[in-house]
Ligand binder design. Structure first.
Ligand code: NAD
Ligand code: 89Y
Length: 341
């Protein structure tokens, strides 16, 4: 069975989505839509699909099994609601929503439609972090008590994504939620948040650095730091450097996705760097690999073999952490997630 899909938003990152879908067995993107006709036609030509400039028109004409929303955040709610109302499994790019009411409305729309809603949250689908999670689940370091996730670079993200320089809520909304989802994947759910934000690059509008401390419900802690204005050579973008400590040992993820598992038996090295996809390019290759892995997972959900990971409902807590970070930074206080929303 091949599921028929439709993509909305033919921009910068959606090109990775389309290549990933071409690699996914059991899915075929048959239609693409962008309000910019030229972009829709270019994608249609490059990937062999029918172009549309109006999402509702496309959904009515095509009746897809699934819809992949790859636009920026301000259009997520109307497009996701439209897609769910058409009866399609729906995928929404991150950030899922800029506000709690919008996020909740999309989750409720999925409940009403009785269709799965996934958030395209690909950091938990990165090859290296799947391997780290497998080590944790196998008990290599015991139950983790501490994680450090660090995402610091000076790569010119504004060249590909100029809107990032214009938004008031930048660093936490663009990267924080990836890292918070990853912290939940490795360390479990979150009970409290403390955060400092910084605006370092005078040429952009929002915060471009933050340092957050997450208190997990089981007593573990995660320290998460991110900067878009940290200059080293070579630049590590878009790598996440990580360390996870447990009572029996430590797992490190270093530059080049090199994993080191320290236990009482010594140090084991694992290569966490996936091959560059035929359509991929460094330094994006392991992000591109994670897009393909996420999309293969969507096919598993469509086939009834897997539960959405992450679902819209699961992503509510990730958004709550992100919004709590803004409050914490503004008030210089620790925010309890219980009762925050
Ligand atoms: P973009 O601006 O390049 O592309 C968005 C496209 O959506 C544009 O072509 C625009 O015309 C189209 N669009 C807007 N409203 C529409 C509508 N109503 N109907 C149809 N098309 C519409 O943006 P981008 O850089 O590709 O980013 C898209 C999303 O992907 C963002 O939310 C961004 O945060 C996310 N992103 C995720 C990752 C990741 O690793 N997960 C990486 C980069 C970007
Ligand atoms: O938008 C961001 C993302 O999701 O991953 C990296 C990025 O492209 C720039 O910060």
């Amino acid at each position: 069975m091949t599921w028929r899909g439709a993509l909305i938003g033919c921009g910068f990152f959606a090109r990775n989505h389309m290549h990933g879908w071409q690699d996914a067995e059991g899915a075929d993107i048959v239609a693409v839509c962008d309000i910019d006709r030229g972009r829709a036609e270019t994608f249609a030509r490059d990937f062999g699909a029918t172009p549309f400039t109006d999402a509702q028109e496309m959904l009515t004409a095509i009746r897809p099994d699934f819809v992949d929303v790859a636009t920026t955040v301000e259009t997520h709610r109307p497009l996701v609601e439209l897609a769910l109302a058409s009866g399609a499994l729906t995928i929404c790019q991150k950030p899922f929503a800029a506000s709690w009411p919008d996020a909740l409305a999309m989750v409720e729309a999925a409940d009403r439609a009785g269709r799965p809603l996934l958030v395209h949250e690909n950091f938990r689908w990165q090859h290296a972090f799947r391997l780290v999670r497998a080590e944790i689940e196998a008990g290599a370091i015991g139950r983790p008590s501490f994680a450090r996730l660090s995402f610091r670079h000076g790569f010119d993200v504004y060249a590909n994504q100029p809107y990032l320089a214009e938004v008031e809520d930048f660093g936490l909304m663009d990267m924080g939620l990836h890292l918070f989802d990853l912290a939940r994947f490795l360390m479990g759910d979150v009970a409290s948040v403390a955060c400092h934000t910084q605006r370092l690059n005078p040429r952009i509008r929002g915060e471009d650095a933050f340092t957050a401390l997450l208190g997990h419900t089981d007593g573990g802690v995660s320290g998460i730091d991110c900067s878009f204005f940290a200059k080293t050579t070579p630049d590590p973008f878009p790598e996440t450097i990580a360390r996870i400590d447990g009572p029996e040992g430590t797992i490190e993820v270093g530059v080049g996705c090199r994993i080191r598992v320290h236990t009482r038996d010594g140090v084991r090295e694992i290569d966490g760097d996936p091959p560059v996809p035929a359509w991929g390019t460094r330094p994006w290759h392991f992000v591109q690999d994670s897009v393909a892995a996420f999309e293969a997972h969507v096919v598993d959900v469509l086939d009834g073999r897997a539960e959405p990971q992450p679902s819209g409902r699961h992503n509510l807590e990730t958004l709550a952490i992100t919004l709590a970070c803004y409050r914490s930074a503004a008030r210089r206080e620790t925010v309890d997630l219980a009762g925050f929303i």
